[in-house]
Structure formats: C-alpha cells, structure tokens
Design a binder for this molecule. Structure first.
Ligand SMILES: Cc1cc2nc3c(=O)[nH]c(=O)nc-3n(C[C@H](O)[C@H](O)[C@H](O)COP(=O)(O)OP(=O)(O)OC[C@H]3O[C@@H](n4cnc5c(N)ncnc54)[C@H](O)[C@@H]3O)c2cc1C
Length: 286
C-alpha cells in the first residue's frame, strides 16, 4: 500500500504528554518516545497498527501537508472512558539529496522530535495490519525488529506477559541495530525488556553491525545462524508465528540468512510462502 492510499481524514487532535530519548547518549542517531493523548475517547487501536501524523511543511518538498505513519509502541488502554494515550517511537531522519549532495531534514520526524509536552498534533488512523496475538498461550513467537521496528514488539510483549500472563510458548525477540548505543529500549538508560528477562520463555537476542562506524550491514547471519537449530525447529512447528518490522532492507537481509539455513534460496522461498499463506510470517516494512 502506498502512503497516498492512506486517508488523511478524519483528523483528530492530540496533545504531547511526554517526549524522551530512548537510545543511549553517544549514539549518532536520535530516537525519541512520544506519548500522545488523543482528544477523542473512542479512538481505538490494536497492537501492530500505526497512526498517521499530519505536518505542515515547506511546499518545495511537494504537498504543503505531509502525512507520515508511526507504529504504536504500547498496548491500547483498558477502559474507553478516558482519553486514549498513544505511544510512538520516532527516529530523527536526515537524508542526502542524490542530485545536490545536500543534507535535508526529514520534515515529519524532525517536527515530532522537536515537539514539547503540551504541544498539539493532528493525527489520523489507526491503520494497518495488527500483529495478531495467538489465542493459544503455547504458541511460539519469533519477533524480529530492525531499528524503530522494535516499537510494535514492545507493545506485543507487554500484552502477552503483563495482560495475558503465564505465556508458555517460546518468545524470541531479535533486535537489529548498528551498535549497542543504537539499541532502542535495551540500553543503560532504559531497558524496558528487562521486565521479561525473568520469564523462562523469553530471550532477547541482539544483532549488531560488526564495525559500527563503517557502513557494514548488521550481522543478522551471526545472530540467527548461531541458534539455527532452535529457530529452524520453531519454523517447523505449526504453532510458531514470525513477525518482522522495520526498514525494507531487512527483508533481503533475512531472506539471505534463512536461505543459507534451509539450504538454498528456492527452498526458503517455498517455506516462506507456506508460512505467509498460513499467517505465520507477517511483515510490517517501511
Ligand atoms: C507502516 C509504517 C510504519 C512506520 N513506523 C515508524 C516508526 O515506528 N518510527 C519511525 O521513526 N518511522 C516509522 N515509519 C517511517 C515514517 O513514516 C517516516 O517515513 C519517517 O519518520 C521519515 O519521515 P520524514 O518526513 O521525517 O522524512 P522524509 O522527508 O520522508 O525522508 C525520510 C528519509 O529517512 C529514511 N527513513 C525513514 N524512516 C526511517 C527510520 N525509521 N529509520 C531510518 N531511516 C528512515 C527514508 O528512507 C528517507 O531517506 C513508518 C512508516 C510506515 C509506512
């Protein structure tokens, strides 16, 4: 689905309640968690869905109002009486223009990272596929997130461990980042996943780049192939769901690693198609 296909109406007003960085100081990227209060009690969202944010920006970049999506990083509120709070994770994006070689600030991400508590926003949605929480507590979950792709899994884990409880299936969270400093919610400042380290069923696995200051790709192969027996066993179990979120290049990177593990690109393409058809491999890529 293209961004233009997402409707920009209806629009809701939301107020910024909180904005704080969630990666380690010293990382050369800035990623912030924003908590928004939506001025509309009936705004309901599910895990894995995204909200839209409308930002007025310079006309030379195209439209005068820019619409961008952000995945919700927390579970929906239990009661529908109060105004709902939505948590999003935003990476401040700057990009280099191919033609001029000049660096531009991403309109929406910079706008959001600069907001302060009390500021008002215009939002849309919620949109998109919700990662389904399996009804069977024995279901295994392989959650793979690259960068800000960790956002939906923060919500997902909170739901299964704090709201459902007694999860019996294996849960493996693979988080990819260029360096330990860029790992979101998994650093000295904030380790939200530490809440689940005592759960017998839970394990967090980090996939980092071997040389963070170089343009080396993240070593998904090292992180995944190191436990190929367990992961292949999980894929063969009909009760395993694989959810993948983050930037589009993660798709090719994972295809390469899994093709290696199952023996060939053809065998992996066949296996992945089967998993997708059974709703056991779901991607949220942007
Ligand atoms: C379904 C969906 C869910 C999304 N969820 C999130 C989310 O939870 N958090 C989030 O920060 N973004 C998310 N995005 C991306 C977001 O919508 C914007 O594209 C991003 O914030 C850049 O917008 P901009 O206006 O600042 O920059 P633009 O002027 O549009 O330029 C963006 C530049 O930054 C790159 N870029 C875009 N997103 C990222 C990212 N997350 N990490 C690294 N580089 C990036 C782009 O390739 C491009 O080069 C999501 C996109 C989709 C389609």
């Amino acid at each position: 689905m293209r961004l233009d296909d997402y409707p920009t109406e209806p629009r809701f007003s939301a107020t910024v309640l909180k904005s704080e960085p969630i990666n380690d100081e010293g990382a050369d990227v800035e990623v912030r968690e924003l908590v928004l209060e939506v001025d509309r009690p009936e705004f309901h969202f599910d895990i894995g869905q995204s909200i839209g944010v409308l930002v007025e920006g310079p006309k030379e970049f195209g439209e005068s109002v820019h619409h961008r999506l952000y995945t919700v990083a927390d579970t929906p509120p239990a009661d529908s009486k109060s105004k709902p709070e939505v948590t999003i994770v935003v990476r401040r994006c700057n990009y280099i223009d191919d033609y001029s070689g000049e660096e531009y600030e991403g309109v929406s991400s910079n706008y959001l990272c600069d907001r302060k508590p009390g500021d008002k926003l215009s939002i849309t949605g919620p949109f998109g596929l919700a990662f389904k929480v399996p009804e069977n507590k024995k279901a295994n979950l392989l959650l793979i997130g690259l960068g800000t792709g960790i956002a939906p899994f923060r919500a997902f884990l909170k739901h299964i461990y704090q709201e459902v409880g007694d999860w019996e299936g294996k849960v493996r969270l693979l988080h990819g980042a260029r360096s330990g400093l860029e790992l979101l919610y998994m650093n000295d400042k904030r380790d939200d996943f530490a809440l689940y380290y005592d759960e017998d069923t839970f394990e967090a696995i980090q996939a980092l780049s071997p040389r963070p200051n170089w343009a080396d790709p993240i070593a998904w192969d090292y992180a995944i192939e190191n436990r190929s027996e367990e992961i292949l066993g999980m894929l063969d179990d009909e009760n395993t769901y694989v959810y993948v979120a983050g930037l589009v290049p993660i798709r090719d990177a994972l295809d390469k690693v899994f093709a290696n593990m199952v023996g060939s690109p053809e065998s992996w393409a066949k296996k992945k198609t089967e998993l997708k058809e059974a709703g056991r491999w779901v991607e949220l890529l942007y």
